[in-house]
Design a protein around this ligand. Structure first.
Ligand code: GDP
Ligand code: IMO
Ligand code: MG
Length: 421
């Protein structure tokens, strides 16, 4: 049995979706345990191209069962749309996708409040996805949340009434339009009826699976440095993103998590506000254009920067990463030389990521090592030996800094564009 957590070692969008898709070939269960539909995971395989927000990215492997743990927050309309889309695409999720009744629901007021809070913060805004993530997790930990269990125990109407009374006062005070009880009630009752066949307590299923030695793949959403505690607060997301979150978010005791795959992009990207020490600001440069990406969830342009080994090293330590999956190495082809950040200095003194807060991280001086690039297109390489020597050295430099092996190297967005070592 293996329980493998797949986590992003940077600020999200490292290519977790692709990694989970190919790792799921050997998984009995693939599970989401944190976040919500702020996640956008890209999967490209024989079924087509998908941007998935809630269903685990390993669902394409036909012998795998997908689990959405209680640690995930759910926008029911998004989940219904995703299930329908996957069924239409021939993936077939019925009978092998289960949603925890403990998961909290994103309500219309969460999305409204997310937007109103962001606007009130002005220049200090986080740059959220505006999916209601911060407000729904705030309600969860302040005992104001609404869960699927509330429908089964007939508490939904009562809880909704109280919440609408409270939330409408805040919304009106901030200049928003109050929500109407009856329309929200009817809308969410409708969602519940549609999703009821997928809602099932996961406790026995997970415990029996562990006992029977099944393989679990745990798919993190977001990245290490968006973690509420260890990320660049307040420029973070509202859930714990490090592997320990899988314990609470799915009900897997920590001792079972034996493997942690750290998905690492060969450069760095970030969406939204907050420090990005290696950010490239020359928007006309060849490298900026090469690294450029569009966010899978919001369509925003991702900020880009050089690879930051202090970030990767910190993520490996924090999450107990046992092996790395390096993605997008192919994107670096064609650059004469590459910059790699090997550490930070502040006021002339070496500092580590954890020594400074988000505002301090914005001020650190990045120490770069210049390494030679390679001209060859590596998209067709399927073994490490086929990579140009300088690309091999780049991979080895990461391994050395991280102290763990790079077991997979991504050379294209498709499932098969992967070197396994
Ligand atoms: P996630 O949120 O971590 O799943 O990552 P996203 O899907 O948001 O962003 C990663 C992007 O990189 C997507 O467009 C993927 O299709 C793409 N991608 C993943 N791995 C590779 C790779 O090795 N090479 C290339 N060129 N693209 C990749
Ligand atoms: P995946 O799983 C990248 C960022 C937002 C914003 C901050 C808070 O695809 O890697 P939120 O809506 O969560 O309150 O926004 O977190 N963010 C992500 N950035 N990838 C993600 O998910 C993200 N999910 C949230 O851009 O800066
Ligand atoms: Mg993403």
């Amino acid at each position: 049995m293996t329980v493998t957590a797949v986590i992003g070692s940077q600020w999200g969008d490292e290519g977790k979706g692709k990694a989970v898709d190919f790792l799921a070939e050997r998984a009995d269960y693939v599970a989401r345990f944190n976040g919500g539909n702020n996640a956008g995971h890209t999967v490209i395989n024989e079924f087509g191209t998908f941007k998935i927000h809630l269903v685990p990215s390993g669902i394409f492997s036909q012998n795998t069962t997908g689990l959405i743990g209680g640690g995930v927050v759910i926008d029911p309309a998004v989940l219904i749309e995703e299930i329908e889309m996957l069924n239409k695409s021939g993936v077939g999720v019925d009978g092998r996708l289960w949603v925890s009744p403990r998961s909290h629901l994103i309500m219309p007021y969460h999305k409204i409040l997310d937007g109103l809070y962001e606007e009130a913060k002005g220049a200090g805004a986080t740059g959220t996805t505006r999916r209601g993530i911060g407000p729904v997790f705030a309600d969860k930990v302040s005992y104001n949340g609404i869960r699927w269990t509330d429908f089964a125990s007939d508490m939904f109407e009562q809880r909704l009434q109280v919440q609408l009374e409270l939330k409408n006062k805040i919304i009106s005070a901030l200049g928003g339009e109050a929500l109407k009880y009856e329309s929200v009630r009817a809308e969410y009752r409708g969602y519940y009826l549609k999703l009821k066949p997928y809602i099932k307590e996961l406790f026995s299923l997970v415990q029996d699976g562990l006992k029977a030695g099944k393989n679990f793949l745990l798919e993190q959403a977001m990245g290490t440095f968006l973690d509420t505690d260890w990320g660049t607060y307040p420029f973070v997301t509202a859930s714990t993103t490090i592997p320990s979150a899988a314990s609470a978010g799915l009900g897997i005791p920590p001792k079972y998590i034996t493997n942690v795959v750290g998905v690492t992009k060969a450069y760095t990207t970030r969406v939204g506000a907050g420090p990005l020490p290696t950010e490239i600001h020359d928007y006309d440069s060849e490298v900026y254009k090469k690294f450029g990406e569009v966010a899978a969830t919001t369509g925003r342009v991702r900020r880009v920067g050089w690879l930051d080994l202090e970030i990767v090293r910190t993520a490996v330590q924090l999450s107990g990463v046992t092996e790395l999956c390096l993605t997008k190495l192919d994107v670096l082809s064609g650059l004469d030389e590459l910059q790699v950040c090997i550490g930070y200095r502040l006021n002339g003194v070496g500092v580590r990521y954890a020594d400074v807060d988000a505002y301090g991280l914005d001020k650190v001086e990045t120490v770069y090592q210049t390494v030679p690039g390679w001209g060859e297109d590596i998209g067709k390489a399927r073994s490490f030996d086929e990579l140009p020597v300088n690309a091999q050295s780049y991979v080895r430099m990461i391994e050395e800094a991280a102290g763990v092996p790079v077991k997979w190297v991504g050379v294209g967005p498709e499932r098969e564009a992967t070197i396994r070592r």
